[in-house]
Design a protein around this ligand. Structure first.
Ligand code: GLU
Ligand code: MG
Length: 449
């Protein structure tokens, strides 16, 4: 958006504060807000930020071993094209931001800039990724000063839709006012769990849209006196909150879905098979970014639709990658892949960058995804799974971090320094959660994401 149009909106809508939001490696949307009359200056030079902020954990704890400490500065640099007046919070507007060096270069730890690097790699090969993040979240209502799930009804329950209507409609309206195209809505299987799938977007906009989605759902809830949680296991005794990532590769004009081949098995092209094979090969390491909290691993429960074994399958909702069938008459536009071991605590820029990094490795090596799994792998015996080569997921965040440490492709693709800092930060988070005991996860993650 042009500066003049932004200035006009700021005036017309009586905006008092403009937030420059970035998502740190820890997955939390953070930012600094400024007064509208400094817009030009801030678009030009950015806002000061300590480098150390990229290394802090969800507890705002800066590990002593992190390479970035309190000396050293970067800039939050808002991207004018993402400007939105917040429809759910009068007087506020938002811009999504990159983190830059003082000289104005992309900073080595900026997640949004990392994604741009991978999008450029795709573009050099004549490809664009389209993706949608499919969030599940828990709606909580205040009962005697505690936050309890809104209802305990069934998956897709019409009765749950009745109960949730006053909660869900304001969210949908706020999303659409910001140009997010809501495709569907339904209650999910978990207590108080609901899902609002949105339209896929190309490249950077797909990840930006995920930030806008979560900001809007949380902010609209607060404005309407309820709360939501994106914590993977917000209600410990029911289904977890996933954030499956749907994606497909397109030619550079975004006209041809490169994953679709009517002659291929399950209408999948060779490109789709190679890309998927790369993702399967790197899945345990990738999960350090897509399932990035200690709580993420409690979501992976057999027969709970979260997927638990590394495999792929056509329309298999218990597979790491589901090859989603195309819709009749629109096959060429709708065939896509769905990555399941991802949840809404992920930093969308790192998650999508990881998917591209792993997928491109698959394309480069013409990797083979293996045979599709046509049943729920949990229904197979351990021997059957072993003979099919189906490995279980990392059992906890520590195991995913070890897989990341050993994954040369992700390490090189993301840069050794970024990976080292990420692992240090996440290990400090695990240590803190462990030391705080039983309720630590709930208080750390329930409302932070
Ligand atoms: N809640 C499930 C998960 O943890 C997903 C259910 C579904 O297939 O949408 O990912
Ligand atoms: Mg779902």
């Amino acid at each position: 958006m042009q500066h003049e149009s932004i200035n006009k909106l700021l005036m017309e809508q009586s905006v008092e504060l403009v937030r420059a939001i970035y998502v740190g490696p820890d997955g939390i949307a953070r930012g600094k807000a400024f007064r509208p009359d400094s817009l030009d200056e801030i678009l030009e030079s950015g806002i000061g930020l300590t480098q150390a902020q990229a290394s802090v954990t969800v507890f705002d704890h800066l590990p002593a071993e992190s390479q970035f400490q309190p000396v050293g500065e970067v800039r939050i640099r808002p991207d004018a094209s993402t400007f939105q007046v917040l429809p759910y919070l009068p007087g506020h507007a938002r811009m999504l931001s990159d983190i830059e060096t003082i000289e104005g270069q992309a900073w080595e730890l900026c997640p949004r800039s990392l994604l741009k690097t991978f999008l450029n790699q795709l573009s050099e090969q004549g490809m664009v990724i389209r993706a949608a993040f499919e969030n599940e979240f828990t709606i909580l209502k205040n009962v005697n000063e505690t936050w309890q799930p809104l209802e305990k009804l069934n998956c897709f329950s019409s009765a749950a839709m009745d109960i949730a209507s006053p909660y869900v409609l304001p969210i949908i309206s706020a999303l659409e006012k910001q140009g997010v195209l809501v495709e569907k809505y339904y209650p999910e299987a978990g207590h108080g769990q609901h899902e609002i799938p949105v339209r896929h977007q190309a490249g950077l906009q797909a990840a930006d849209q995920q930030v806008v989605f979560k900001e809007t759902v949380r902010g609209t809830a607060l404005a309407n006196n309820f709360r939501v949680s994106f914590m993977p296991k917000a209600a410990p005794d029911s289904a977890g909150n996933g954030c499956h990532i749907h994606f497909s590769l397109w030619d550079s004009s975004c006209e041809k879905n490169l994953f679709f081949d009517p002659a291929g098995d399950y209408a999948l092209s060779e490109t789709a098979r190679y890309f998927m094979a790369g993702i399967l090969k790197h899945a345990p390491a990738l999960m350090a970014f897509t399932a990035p909290t200690t709580n993420s691993y409690k979501r992976f429960v057999e027969r709970c639709w979260s997927s638990c074994y590394v495999c792929w399958g056509p329309d298999n909702r218990e597979a790491t990658v589901r090859a989603a069938s195309g819709f009749k008459g629109q096959e060429a536009a709708t065939v896509n892949l769905e990555f399941k071991p991802s949840d809404p605590t992920c930093n969308p820029y790192l998650a999508l960058a990881g998917i591209i990094c792993a997928g491109l490795d698959g394309i480069e090596n013409k990797a083979d995804p293996g045979e599709p799994v046509l049943t729920d792998p949990a229904l197979l015996s351990p021997q059957e799974r072993q003979s099919l080569g189906l490995a279980g997921y990392p059992t906890d965040l520590g195991a995913a971090l070890r897989a990341l440490e050993q994954d040369e492709v992700l390490r090189t693709g993301f840069g050794e320094s970024r990976i080292a800092d990420y692992i240090t930060m996440k290990r400090a988070e695990i240590e803190m959660i462990d030391s705080l005991g039983k309720d630590a996860e709930q208080s750390a993650y329930l409302f932070r994401f």
